[in-house]
Design a protein around this ligand. Sequence first.
Ligand code: ADP
Length: 544
Amino acid sequence: MMGLMQQQPLLISSLIDFAARFHGDTEIVSRRVEGDRHRTTWAKVQRRSMRLARGLDAWGVQRGERVGTLAWNGYRHLELYYGVSGSGRVLHTINPRLHPEQIAWIVNHAEDQVVAFELSFVPIIQAIAAKCPGVRKWVALCEPGALPGDALGEVAGLVGYEEWLAAQSEQPYAWPVLDENEASSICYTSGTTGHPKGVLYSHRSTLLHAAAGALPDVMCLSAADSVLPVVPMFHVNAWGTPYAAAMVGCKLVLPGPALDGASLFEIMDDEGVTLSAGVPTVWLGLLAKIRQEGRRPLSLARVLIGGSAAPQAMIESFQDEWGVEVRHAWGMTEMSPLGTAAAFKFKHQALAPQQRMHLQTSQGRPLFGVDMRVVGADGAELPWDGRAVGELEVRGPWVLADYYRSGLPNPLHDGWFPTGDVVSIDADGFMRIVDRSKDVIKSGGEWISSIDIENVAMAHPAVAMAACVAVPHPKWDERPLLVVVKKPGAQVESRDLLTFYEGKVAKWWIPDDVMFVDAIPLGATGKILKTRLREQLLGSAGQS
Ligand code: ADP
């Protein structure tokens, strides 16, 4: 027997309509490329995204065709999120930190019809425009009259965003009633090896993911929050925050290109930010500013840390020193991206602080909708005992079924997506990442977790950033080498750091050597780029 409830597809347009209708005057505050701060509301974002949809109609961009963006977190990018997907086109957020060659490849692979870009990215457009003949319109996201005509004189189809919107009718736009399984956006993985691969999200996957991400055990989002996603809107849809924010009707604070500690502190303070989300490298900057000020941004209550492992020292600093609750989360582009979050269960309230910290440093347990298992080298499932280590596999309604036109075999294994993360899972379902399979260190046939080694180093007062990589060893195959960036003015010797490990990890896990460097290479999403680091070091490893 079928239920007798109304059939309404889960569509991205319904998010912006809801936010405009019930939270119309709630603010969206953006720091712009020009440096000033811009204020709008959910109601205005809805109206302008409707104009944008009409503008795409006028250009004949078809349902399902792709519209690329090269933009920071800001209100115009938000309008593109809703105007493009809401009208049935597919939003293709492009990571501007990739090499221009790779960007051109991605734009062509996605067959973008339109690319909207901020003025910071004019050099990218100069480099790629001639290589992307399929793009019909290049839309500059700038003030009226600020079109970079001089720099981009050669580029055909150059249009100013504000002029384009201004030319469209003000009348409400009837969003099309789409099949909820139609594509809504596409994001390419960073592709450290081979070409980037496209992950094509649907309206349904996006809405279910946003609802689950807003739950108390994940972001705990409500209309009473002011949320600042530091995680970029060009990387996995800023972990779904632009959608989840509309779903709950909260205030959204968008930091533009200013992601340094001082700028984040200032805008958090001014805009009453209660929750923020980003990768660990971002929090290093904010924590340094907090220490300098001797206080946290006034209303900051929670931070969501993910993308790379949150070091214990960082969690302790936020929570114990500054009273900001940390939620450690794990996910990946192929999972929209949220998979797990480290939130306590009722029974954990009674645990000793050390045991609670142990849970918080894990990557956490699945959100409703995500199922996971850990498999050994033979593909057989391993027990959830917190000790057995194997590859994590996942499935669920916002997990990838296949890459977009990759030409590669389907990646699924019996319907499960293999994550490439090497993990253990405990009896309560808390997952702990030992490493990415490509970063794991194999010494004498046993695994050493580079994440654990880095966590210990990060707890040393002289260490600003640490990375642990494998270097070849004649007897043990591989041994860990610790690479460290010191805090400004800090004095520390290799042997001090190595002694610091004693009693904290198994003796044979202690790195063989420490190398001090000025900077550790970061990838396009702010994560340590171990492939590049290994390339840089292999010539000189062991000589420090
Ligand atoms: P890329 O690194 O190629 O940009 P993603 O952004 O999708 O791809 O990264 C996903 C990977 O990031 C995961 O498979 C995992 O290895 C790592 N990761 C994400 N969150 C965490 C976390 N909290 N702790 C450790 N690793 C994490």
